[in-house]
Design a protein around this ligand. Structure first.
Ligand code: DSN
Length: 422
């Protein structure tokens, strides 16, 4: 039986992806091989456990696939250990918390409303329900994190876990100072590099590996792999925080983390996704990937500069990475209105809270823009200037349907020069 209804909808989505300008900072376009692996027979296989230590027979081929994925990601980041089974970044963070802290323990993360992530202690998420969160944020004047304030908060709150990383912060992270603070208060330091992972792998941003006890990431953002997550240990295999074995010996950090993924928070790993991760990590080990990441960063800087020159305000004034957060308050347009106008013209972005926002998360005063996906389409700096012109036109007249339609036609025509999955 052919399910025409669903495949027609998949075709419509492909059409949408081809015709539009994708500026959602957390999205990207995987290679055809990555998608092929995800649609493979590996989806049929149960493989609870780890390579060589499974609870099911017939795992010889998926064992090899998963081992290759682990070795490639360790090489890419210089990690001493990795678990590639987390189904998502949220699952990876849940496993780290299960492994390192107990319910009721204090955690310190980056404020969601300043650009942080739900799983870093938000009240509506397991991380804010099971643990007791406190937050650091950005300064109103600079839009940047002040490490002295982070230290003050850590000394006051004495968290067991400190998390650095964000979903909407355009500046680099001072992992070394975070580690000094974590050591001072006796906390585990987790870096969630889901957003800038690709730029870090290409050595364009600070390296968390020498400083952070544990590093989590998604695999589908700048890393350009399939939708998923993973956990790594940087260089520090000691586990001063974890459980003891029945014999009273301290379990290694890697053993505690492995156990927190399975059986702690997940069942069977998605071996078809792990195969796709392995392929993406292989792609990320190539020189082409470094050139791609350089272009992602160059495009972000070019887009930011083109928007600033048109009177847009970017939180912190610019970007070190692949994204930027635009404060629309000087334009008298909400994030929701801006998102709607852009989406109608086939420019996809998401509304986003800005630091010290006075609007609700459903309305917001900002939009977040990112360049990983348009860079994969082959766009360069001059194309970012064109995108800035469209954004400026739409945000200055977000209700003008005639104008929106004419921008949409221009966008659709323009994108024909950047083929996708032909
Ligand atoms: N939802 C992701 C993002 O858009 O950044 C984070 O999980």
């Amino acid at each position: 039986m052919h399910d025409k209804q669903i495949f027609d909808l998949i075709d419509q989505e492909l059409h949408r992806q081809r015709e539009g300008v994708e500026l959602i900072a957390s999205e990207n376009f995987t290679s055809a091989e990555v998608m092929r692996a995800m649609g493979s027979c590996l989806t049929n296989k149960y493989a609870e456990g780890l390579p060589g230590k499974r609870y099911y027979g017939g795992c010889q081929w998926v064992d090899e696939v998963e081992t290759i994925a682990i070795e490639r990601i360790k090489k890419l980041f210089g990690a001493v250990w990795a678990n590639v089974q987390p189904h998502s970044g949220a699952q990876a963070n849940a496993a780290v918390m299960l492994a390192c802290i107990k319910p009721g323990d204090k955690i310190l993360g980056f404020d969601l409303s300043h650009g942080g992530h739900l799983t870093h202690g938000s009240a509506v998420n397991f991380s804010g329900k099971l643990y007791v969160p406190s937050f650091y944020g950005v300064e109103k004047e600079t839009g940047r994190i002040d490490m002295n304030k982070v230290r003050e908060t850590a000394l006051r709150e004495k968290p067991k876990l400190i998390i650095c990383g964000a979903s909407a912060y355009s500046r680099d992270w001072d992992y070394k100072t975070f580690r000094a603070i974590a050591d001072e208060v006796g906390a585990v330091l987790l870096a969630d590099i889901s957003h800038p992972a690709g730029l870090i792998a290409a050595k364009l941003l600070n390296d968390p590996m020498p400083h952070c006890h544990i590093i989590t990431t998604t695999t589908h953002k700048t890393l350009r792999g399939p939708r998923g997550g993973l956990i790594m240990i940087g260089q520090d295999m000691e586990n001063p925080f974890g459980e003891k074995t029945l014999k009273g010996e301290l379990k290694s950090l890697s053993a505690v983390l492995d156990g927190a993924v399975f059986p702690g928070t997940q069942g069977g790993p998605l071996e078809h996704v792990i195969a796709a991760k392995a392929i993406a990590f292989g792609e990320a080990l190539s020189d082409n990937f470094v050139s791609y990441q350089k272009q992602v960063a160059a495009n972000a800087q070019s887009l930011a500069a083109a928007l600033v020159s048109r009177g847009f305000q970017i939180i912190s004034g610019g970007t070190d990475n692949h994204l930027m957060l635009i404060d629309l308050r000087n334009k008298n347009v909400s994030g929701k209105q801006a998102e709607n106008a852009l989406v109608k013209a086939d420019i996809t972005a998401n509304k986003n809270m800005v630091p010290y926002d006075d609007k609700s998360p459903f309305v917001t005063s900002g939009i977040r823009l990112g360049t990983p996906a348009v860079t994969t389409r082959g766009m360069k700096e001059k194309d970012m200037e064109q995108i800035a012109v469209w954004i400026d036109t739409l945000i200055n007249s977000p209700e003008n349907e005639t104008l929106i339609n004419s921008v949409k036609n221009e966008v659709n025509e323009y994108m024909k020069a950047f083929p996708l999955y032909e």
